[in-house]
Design a protein around this ligand. Structure first.
Ligand SMILES: Cc1cc2nc3c(=O)[nH]c(=O)nc-3n(C[C@H](O)[C@H](O)[C@H](O)COP(=O)(O)OP(=O)(O)OC[C@H]3O[C@@H](n4cnc5c(N)ncnc54)[C@H](O)[C@@H]3O)c2cc1C
Length: 375
């Protein structure tokens, strides 16, 4: 088939990869540069981790995700990933209890630390208010910017057409028709709309389901005394609605370049315009540092390296929207701040569906984390 893809973030490029592997003729149209600093598939890293609260479907999909990344690493000849392990802080909350239950049910190995064991094992953190922690060997950092850059280069090297600075102005999902901003038109057998937080502009019916959400992240420079310790520290998930955060520990990238220590707040703002509102203010950075400061010992000794913004495309239940639209289009949207890790797996499953090996409803349910076949 002749397939046109809108968007060259992880979803668009992974889909181009999977469909090109199947022998389709693929073209990608990207409104900005690649990677687009305004898109979501940017920055140094994105996490992959098994703990997902009560979401057993997404926990199980992590196995599919790791297999899909391995296939991509083999094609690229490079592995843009660093294992870190995963530390889930347990405040005696429901999210952690549900996580432990699901990990057990899915037979994902993990250990439990009580408060005393936690304090001994993780001296860079305070144990105030914690019951203990869950610790997993699995989980790590996908080097997002490097993946997008090398995937685009790989695809171009194999004849996939990727047009940068080429906004798509409108689509006709029933005819497989695209109109570019320069008024040129493209006809395809199938369109894939992977336009991140901009998707509702091309498919207005999505605006009731998908909301752009401006998020702030902060890079910190740890004090010299604990810099080496952070290089072996697991990622941290502190999922608390009032004061939760995630922390990505620094690791060397595949290229040898460093990646920094990053913290972010996963609570959604559900506001902002991805074409504007891009600068993080000093107050936003300080707010996040204060939040994490209750957990990181000696926070006053960490220097603020950089504060950035990035946009999520959020659905009400945080489930992905991977669905057919009209007769000749699919939309990949609603990734709600947790889609990167699944980009390659979703692409391979979409390719399977287009081969007729899976039906669209089953793909949509799987991508939404809905389990049809519990063991
Ligand atoms: C701060 C932050 C932290 C995150 N952390 C994690 C994490 O730890 N783990 C995880 O799995 N996920 C994480 N995510 C989520 C993840 O990054 C996203 O779910 C994923 O990158 C979405 O990819 P995408 O391809 O759908 O969107 P994007 O990367 O935004 O790509 C969409 C592309 O479409 C282009 N486009 C839009 N409209 C048009 C048009 N009309 N014409 C042409 N091109 C167009 C855009 O320019 C853009 O490049 C995080 C997100 C953020 C913001």
């Amino acid at each position: 088939m002749k397939i046109a893809i809108v968007g060259a973030g992880i979803m668009g490029l992974s889909t181009a990869w999977a469909l090109h592997r199947d022998g389709h003729e693929v073209s990608v149209f990207e409104q900005g540069p690649i990677p687009n600093p305004r898109g979501s598939s940017v920055d140094e890293h994105r996490l992959i981790r098994h703990p997902y609260g009560a979401e057993r479907g997404y926990t199980r999909m992590i196995g599919d995700a790791y297999r899909a990344w391995d296939l991509l690493w083999a094609d690229l000849g490079a592995r843009h990933y660093a294992a870190t392990g995963t530390l889930v802080l347990d405040r005696g909350d429901r999210w952690t209890a549900a996580t432990a239950e699901v990990l057990e049910a899915e037979r994902v190995p993990f250990g439990r630390l009580d408060r005393r064991g936690f304090a001994a094992a993780f001296p860079l953190l305070t144990s105030d208010g914690l019951a203990g922690a869950l610790l997993l060997e699995s989980g790590g950092t996908l080097f997002a910017g490097d993946i997008v850059t090398s995937l685009a280069a790989y695809l171009r090297g194999r004849g996939v057409s990727i047009a940068e600075q080429t906004p798509v102005r409108e689509i006709d999902a029933s005819r497989g028709h695209l109109v570019l901003a320069n008024r040129a038109t493209i006809d395809a057998d199938m369109l894939i709309v992977a336009a991140g937080p901009w998707a509702p502009r091309l498919l207005p019916e999505l605006s009731a389901r998908v909301t752009p959400s401006r998020q702030v992240v902060v890079y910190l420079e740890p004090p010299a005394a604990c810099a080496a310790h952070w290089q072996t520290h697991p990622m941290i998930l502190d999922i608390d609605p009032g004061a939760g955060f995630y922390l990505v520990p620094p690791r060397p990238r595949t290229s040898g370049a460093a990646s920094g220590l990053k913290i972010g707040d996963h609570s959604f703002t559900l506001s902002g315009d991805p074409d504007r509102d891009r600068e993080a203010s000093g107050e936003e950075a300080r707010h996040l540092i204060r939040q994490v400061g209750a957990r990181l010992r000696d926070i006053g000794q960490y220097a603020l390296r950089e504060a950035k913004t990035c946009f999520y495309d959020v659905t009400a239940d945080e489930r992905f929207v991977v669905e057919p639209v009209g007769n000749r289009a699919w939309v990949l949207s609603g990734f709600s701040g947790h889609g990167f890790k699944f980009g390659t797996a979703i692409a391979l499953e979409l390719a399977r569906t287009l081969r007729g090996e899976r039906d669209s409803a089953a793909l949509a349910a799987w991508a939404a984390g809905v389990l049809k076949d519990p063991p």
